[in-house]
Design a protein around this ligand. Structure first.
Ligand code: IPE
Ligand code: IPE
Ligand code: MG
Length: 237
């Protein structure tokens, strides 16, 4: 059940789809499809776990380096995911938003993303943020560019620029910082995910491959979070 001390914002690097499929002698894309099904299960588990914000890393700015067929398969999966899940997300009170640079995404996908954001904009039960063509450095660079334009236009005084200012220019301006970042598949790195926002996040690196990440595994990771002592640089007295 929901715990008051549980994380309010959980961010997940959903890794290991390719290996999951390869272990079964199947194409990598099949792993991505299995992974997409887990997203639904984890979103559904959030209200019971007291998780108000769930942010998932679906495609990084570096993932374009993959084969053309894997990238095309992933883009098609994202389109189908939105079309298939939209009604259910709406009915479950999930507000969906996307972060990342949309410029490189195809028009059809961007239209579906815009429509889903609009469709679910009145929802408030769970806030699902999907990072698509997202990179932490790219996000900070784009934010800095917008900030510089505002300074040049006289809308912002450089004297007033501080850490809160940059936060407001980021794609994640509507989100609190993540309390917990989970990465599946045994890799202990963050691969350019939420660099600025995770300054004081707790990290959990687990061996489970993303398509095997059930709501029970999710619950286990969340209960482990309870025993952590978050000091934010201070000393507890
Ligand atoms: C994560 O799974 C999903 C994406 C990066 C799109 P991977 O595709 O990275 O799976 P592995 O790491 O190769 O097993
Ligand atoms: C990170 O996984 C990106 C996503 C989960 C979308 P990768 O599999 O792309 O990361 P690396 O290449 O192992 O660092
Ligand atoms: Mg990977």
């Amino acid at each position: 059940m929901a715990d008051l001390n549980g994380p309010k914002h959980v961010a997940i690097i959903m890794d290991g789809n390719g290996r999951w499929a390869q272990m079964r002698g199947r194409p990598r894309l099949m792993g991505h499809h299995a992974g997409a099904r887990r997203v639904r299960e984890i979103v559904e588990a959030c209200p019971d776990q007291g998780v108000k914000y769930l942010t998932v890393f679906a495609f990084s700015t570096e993932n374009w380096k993959r084969t053309q067929s894997e990238v095309a398969g992933l883009m098609s999966l994202f389109r189908r995911y939105i079309q298939r899940e939209a009604r259910d997300l709406l009915a479950r009170g999930v507000r969906v938003r996307f972060i990342g640079d949309r410029v490189r995404l195809d028009d059809k996908l961007v239209t579906l993303m815009d429509e889903l954001e609009l469709l679910t904009s009145e929802n408030d039960k769970v806030h699902l943020t999907i990072a698509l063509n997202y990179g932490g450095r790219d996000e900070v660079a784009r934010a800095t560019k917008r900030l510089a334009y505002d300074v040049a236009a006289g809308k912002l005084d450089p004297k007033d620029v501080g850490d809160e200012t940059l936060t407001q220019y980021l794609d994640t301006c509507f989100l609190p910082d993540p309390d917990l970042v989970i990465r599946t598949s045994g890799e202990a790195r963050i691969s350019n995910f939420l660099l600025w926002q995770s300054a004081y996040a707790e990290y959990e690196f687990i061996e489970t491959l993303w398509p095997d990440f059930t709501k029970d595994v999710f619950a286990d990771v969340l209960s482990g979070y309870q025993s952590r002592d978050r000091r934010f640089g201070a000393v507890k007295v």
